[in-house]
Design a protein around this ligand. Sequence first.
Ligand code: UD1
Length: 366
Amino acid sequence: MKILSIVGARPNFMKVAPLHRAFLQHPEIDSKIIHTGQHYDARMSDVFFNQLELPKPDYFLGIGGGSHTQQTAKIMIEFEQVMLAEKPDVVLVVGDVNSTIACAMVAVKEHIPVVHVEAGLRSGDRGMPEEINRIMTDCIADDLFVTEQAGIDNLKRESIPDEKVHFVGNVMIDSLVYYRQKASTLTLVKDLGLEPKSYVLMTMHRPSNVDFQEGLTNILKIIKETSKSKTVLFPVHPRTLKNMETWGLLDELRSLENVILMEPQGYLEFLHLMENSALIITDSGGIQEETTYLQVPCLTFRASTERPVTVELGTNILLSDLDPVSVAEKVQDILAGRVKEGIIPPFWDGHAAERIAEILIQKYAN
Ligand code: UD1
């Protein structure tokens, strides 16, 4: 059984790594990795291949940048060539980025079964490009592997037949479990002159937060307020950096005393930074899950989440009112120890990829 697994953007690498590792345990699986090139900076891509022990991709399509349509269309054209050359039995896509839907569409048109890992998540916000990618990918996928109960409920509501849906847990947590010990040996926090739990870790990259001047100016105010009580560590995403520069906000950000700006971090470094932080402020999808697993408080700057279990069972709190004063109050509350306790959701145990491999073998290896 030949499986082509697609990676494109940063959040895909830690999901495909445990799958590839699980596939290697089964001689009947020929596992190949296709990198679309959606993320191309060394710090957004190469470092993850190295740290997550992924082999060099079998194909690199080199499609980075451009509008959503250009990016999606170019990936489709290039991936079609790979499909025709490789004639896979299964195409596996993860998550909700443009590479996910682009490759799923090509596979379906070639009548190749599509497997979607991390299916069924819905934020209910169609203004998010990822939400469109999720809905469309699930609609055409043959097997849908789900991380939480809400995913099953959403797919039922969308009339996806039950036999296509498998509740297996979370492959992103597989990576976290696998690499947590290794990350704990890093000295980055100490090297920055910081004590564990003495800083707030921040990431911000959603178009709805950083693609308009007012929003980004407000984020800057929030960083400023937060840094009055705790050091803020801020690895800056390329999109956010570009926009900060465009709107003349970067100099002020750089001048803030208690703020440490960093390049995007590697997987192990970021895991180490998360585990040692007092609080994480983010708009990421995956970080909501990772903080829930690590039981670190997380404030998510979004009105809705496609990962509701992180709010229902985990440590995640959504904030849509980004008034700097009320955000500062919330931050103070958490830093004073009034934190939301959480538990780890069912099946987030480090073995999701193995379950997926077993199911795929049963269904597709003959
Ligand atoms: C993409 C995903 C998002 C995911 C995020 C993680 C989609 C629709 N969005 O958003 O779901 O949470 O990745 O980072 O697929 N850029 C660089 N270097 C890079 C990569 C990007 O400079 O290595 C620049 C691009 O040229 C572009 C901007 O950053 O100007 C945004 O990149 P893009 O891939 O379009 O989307 P992300 O915002 O990263």
